[in-house]
Design a protein around this ligand. Structure first.
Ligand code: SF4
Length: 403
């Protein structure tokens, strides 16, 4: 795998409107789409002392000023990822009940490529059956842009250049996976990943502060429910739960309701060995019937995997993230701020995330499922929103990735 995902490459493609893909095929670019994840937006908001709303608009304005045609936020892809994860968990839970010796549980989240790559490389065939097949928000966004958006505009998907703004370099590795190259469409779902740090560098090298960039609205292109969008374009929205995606939160509440009829369960985390390893437990008749955990950082991940190998993991679902404190603390988030570093900065970002208007996943995703994915649980939705994993040899790992 060789990626061409640098800032220089992005600027070159935008000026020449020509893109050479991972397989060396060059296409004219008919449409440039930028999809922004909330974590780098918040990181840059803190860096430039802007509100999340202003940072979102100014980033949209910046991308448009360098040649993007459409700038989107990723909330709707996060909605789909959460909904598919909830559904996958219910199915796995029921399958595990039917066959207690199967490997359907614990279901381990799959949205962090740092964790998935480590699992494929280090624990291979043992761990893979446990990893959720639901695609990450970045890759669901890729599917939506290259299939739904390109189709709705009657464009050849291989001429649509899709850029994402993300919190870590691992997302470049994820975007470059063969699994996310379509032979049918002749293109990768995400062509270029730019991180918060790189965005800051791009601004600095052009002598600009984000504060002085004229703002632009985010586009609404999916026909999603516009509740909460206000006047003008769409606004950045967050989900209940953590700024890493809230998977544990959503799986726990949905499963409590669907499997045990509990509609009013408090979400109170119990801290375990450290603040990056915590659990949610549902008890019925004095018995623990649902146990969900969040394991962030490699120390906790290794502990989790060792327990799993010894058959001693008590969990039904675990949200696994490679970075301590999760994606808000991603390796390519901007660090040098007056908000301090480490946990202090992450705390500030979590508070900002918690203040975003809340997205209601099922409601917003409804139009996408019905108009474009042939309904929830359809073969089309399963094919487009799920993926697979592979045990890797060390030599298979992309050592020649150019960040
Ligand atoms: Fe990237 Fe870290 Fe989030 Fe994993 S936890 S997706 S490595 S930012």
């Amino acid at each position: 795998l060789v990626t061409r995902q640098s800032q220089e490459e992005l600027l070159r493609v935008l000026s020449e409107r020509k893109h050479t893909d991972l397989r060396g095929v060059t296409n004219d670019v008919s449409l440039v789409v930028v999809s922004m994840s909330p974590q780098p937006i918040l990181s840059l908001a803190v860096r430039y002392k802007l509100s999340p709303e202003d940072a979102t608009k100014k980033l949209a304005g910046y991308f448009k000023s360098i040649g993007a045609d459409i700038v989107l936020d990723m909330t709707v892809a996060e909605d789909l990822s959460l909904l598919e994860t909830q559904q996958e968990f219910l199915q796995r839970y029921q399958e595990q009940q039917a066959d207690p010796n199967s490997k359907h549980l614990p279901m381990l989240s799959s949205s962090c490529p740092g964790w998935v790559c480590y699992a494929e490389k280090t624990h291979g065939n043992f761990i893979l059956p446990y990893i959720s097949t639901t695609k990450s928000p970045q890759q669901i966004m890729g599917t939506l842009v290259k299939r739904v958006l390109a189709q709705s505009r009657q464009l050849n998907p291989s001429t649509v250049y899709h850029v994402t703004l993300m919190p870590c370099y691992d997302k470049k590795l994820e975007a470059s996976r063969e699994d996310f190259y379509s032979e049918l469409l002749n293109c990768q779902d995400v062509d270029c990943v730019i991180t918060a740090i790189e965005l800051e560098q791009m601004l600095e090298s052009s002598g600009k502060s984000l504060c002085e960039v004229p703002g632009a609205e985010l586009e609404r292109v999916w026909g999603e429910d516009e509740e909460g969008a206000g006047e003008g374009g769409a606004v950045l929205m967050g989900h209940a739960g953590s700024g890493s995606g809230g998977y544990a939160h959503h799986v726990f509440l949905h499963a409590a309701q669907q499997l045990f009829g509990e509609t009013d369960v408090p979400v109170v985390y119990r801290n375990l060995r450290n603040p990056d390893f915590k659990e949610l437990v549902l008890e019925k008749d004095g018995k623990e019937v649902l146990k969900v955990a969040i394991a962030n950082g490699f120390r906790n991940i290794q502990n989790l995997v060792q327990k799993l190998k010894r058959g001693k993991s008590p969990y039904h679902y675990v949200e696994v993230m490679a970075c301590p404190s999760g994606c808000l603390n991603g390796g390519a988030q901007v660090r040098a701020t007056e908000a301090g570093g480490g946990r202090e900065l992450v705390g500030a970002l979590e508070r900002l995330y918690a203040q975003l208007p809340r997205a209601a996943p099922a409601r917003r995703a409804h139009a996408l499922y019905t108009r474009w994915l042939a309904g929830r649980h359809s073969d089309k939705a399963n094919a487009l929103l799920h993926t697979s994993y592979h045990a890797l040899q060390k030599s298979d790992i992309a050592l020649n990735i150019k960040w």
